[in-house]
Write a protein that binds this ligand. Sequence first.
Ligand SMILES: [Ca+2]
Length: 532
Amino acid sequence: MKGKRSFKIVALLIIAVMLTLAACSGGGSNNNNSGGSTGNNSSNTGGQSSNNSGNSGSGSGNKAEEKPAPMKISIMIPSFSTELPDKSSPVWQRLEEYTNTDLEILFTPNSSYEDKLNITLASGDLPTIMNVAKTPSVISAARNGAFWDITDYLKDYPNLSQAHPVVLNNTSIDGRIYGVYRARTLGRMGVTYNKVWLDNLGLQPAKTIDEFYNILRAFTYDDPDGNGKNDTYGIVVSKYTGPWDIMQIWFGAPNKWGENENGELIPDFMTPEYREALKFFRKIYSEGLVNEDFAVMDSAAWNTPFVNGQAGVFVDVADNARRLNNSMQEAAPRDESYTIVTQAPVGPKGHRDMPTSGWSGMLVISKTKVKTEEELRRVLDFLDKLNDVEMKLLLGYGIEGRHYDMVDGYVVPKEDLDPALGKERNDLNQLLMFIGEQEPGYAPTPINAQIAEVQKANEAIVVGNPAEPFVSEVYAQVGQQLENIIGDARIQYIVGQIDDAGFDAAIELWKKTGGDDYIREINELYKAAKGK
Ligand SMILES: [Ca+2]
């Protein structure tokens, strides 16, 4: 392995030297560089390269060393605007120049995108690149060989090789990668606290689950708002089960499915870690650290107790810290943020948190349009280049000085931008995959900077769902019933209506209602995907 890699490096060095030589022999007036010892090298090799061009015949041998003709690429992506750019746009032109391509961008209104996509797939006449979701028709097209399998190519590209393994797994079909995903924040979760309450009690955000518990208790029993009344509690939860789903992963439960000791997948609620988390939930509920009405509380009203100063902890997406703060600022403006957001506390099985799926569409490459591996490499190189910081800025914001300015390293959009200029870059951001180095963005407020920091750090601790890539037929039929059995039992356990025996009985019911078939099917798919 190591030997192979160093061979590769040597090969790359040789190529690099050859390219340098080509550049030297090509330009007549690049002599500035050739002082000192490098001058010796270039005079040595200068002879060789003139020999080479002599061999190739005429004096215009340099032409062959110039970059190849722009590659024609057609791309189908969703559009949201009615004012769309064309080839007259300087943004479009810069994109073509940077990637050495001749582009045909097939903007398709997002509302009719899936219909158009299905028609295109059925016709067999696909554009070079298409943005697709993992719908049944896309899965069957992949299985029928409509797209290139790019699993083994990604590692060869500086940006694409940085794709996150959890997201790659989520986008895979039968264990293989058929498209470059368009990234969305993967490690989105965070724990938001009422900062004023923490300060009043001299507390810091929790680093461990014990500290988390202590904060919930202090927010309930130690008068965090200092009004002398017993009128607050720890964490607010609504009938949306997100907070429980997130917190059980802190305790070591898998993300929906996890491997048992035999390497087989089992659902989260069959693991001992899940039961430990349930016990914790029941404890904080019985001590009044959670709102009593959580199981029936409308999720549209979820923010209200936090904003009104009744509850002080919120487990959800980290960016909700901004919305909570904004609402509190509206009621009573203050310079400092009302909220502080951190990563999940560390649990008994280490530092873990729940991810999102991490993607919104993936760019697949047509096997009929792209016939050879050499062409495939050029298309992948194009996709890789779109992930360069320079292209992220161009496609996301336009041209510096024309559409935006850079101030202190941050993007500042031009105020009152002429719509004609806006049109030049509209919806080109739909080409973005956001893989690799992060591009500069808008200047963050303090709370936004915290959110960004938490979400970035989360990428290292998110726990993927190994069964996420699979499409289950059993689930399509009885999935909702299965969800209800366990969802109801979880609530009953938390509020103390059933005990461990009751929860075990719910698991037995789940198995008999189709759960056993579901487990069998998921494991067959898992084995098949692993075998590839
Ligand atoms: Ca109080």
